[in-house]
Design a protein around this ligand. Structure first.
Ligand code: FES
Length: 194
């Protein structure tokens, strides 16, 4: 009994801590995520973080990106003003993480896998072919807004390596020749829709 009683007290404290943390997060972050797909502005999103401080920079960046699909310079400036952080600091943190994008995504979002299996099977050659064909670097979008290119970690289809996905559709066992055809097919599809 002497041993069990302190454990019960500790458990109660832990439960209270968890409830407290959940309440704090809910209060700070509001219902940011539930407002997607509506006509919202960065200003209105920031109002959902009434008690935010500098430590909330990443959740705010995530929230704005989720709503706007990327982080524009204006959004970054507004976030910096809101948190009283210099723009260089906001960019410094955001550019550290792969998850943040600074260009609007293309209509077709290409994700090339650079996981181990894909790397062994030559994904760097595939990436080079994509860069050459699209004439953009990773993290960028073609000037016509059609394609954006990003490198991702294993996408869970190692048996298909090297693999990429375009808007969630997988393209397997890629070669530089296949890349040309796939990209051309998308271009043709767009041209026939015009
Ligand atoms: S390493 Fe590319 S899908 Fe797993």
């Amino acid at each position: 009994m002497l041993i069990i009683f302190p454990r019960i007290i500790l458990t109660l404290f832990s439960i209270c801590d968890i409830i407290h943390i959940v309440m704090l997060n809910t209060d700070k972050n509001g219902d940011c995520m539930s407002k997607q797909n509506t006509n919202i502005t960065v200003t209105s999103l920031l109002k959902k973080f009434p008690k935010a401080n500098r430590g909330d920079l990443i959740p705010i960046l995530q929230c704005v990106q989720e709503a706007e699909k990327f982080l524009s310079k204006n959004a970054m400036m507004e976030i910096g003003d809101f948190l009283k952080l210099p723009l260089s600091k906001v960019y410094g943190v955001a550019t550290f993480y792969n998850q943040f994008k600074f260009h609007p995504p293309g209509k077709y979002q290409i994700q090339i896998c650079r996981g181990t299996a894909c790397h062994v099977e030559g994904s760097s050659t595939i990436l080079a072919a994509l860069i050459s064909d699209l004439k953009i670097n990773t993290g960028e979008t073609t000037p016509d807004g059609l394609f954006s290119l990003e490198v991702v970690a294993c996408i869970g289809a190692c048996g298909l390596a090297p693999v990429m996905s375009i808007n969630g559709e997988f393209f397997a066992k890629l070669t530089t020749e296949k890349i040309k055809h796939i990209i051309q097919d998308f271009r043709d599809k767009e041209a026939s829709n015009e």
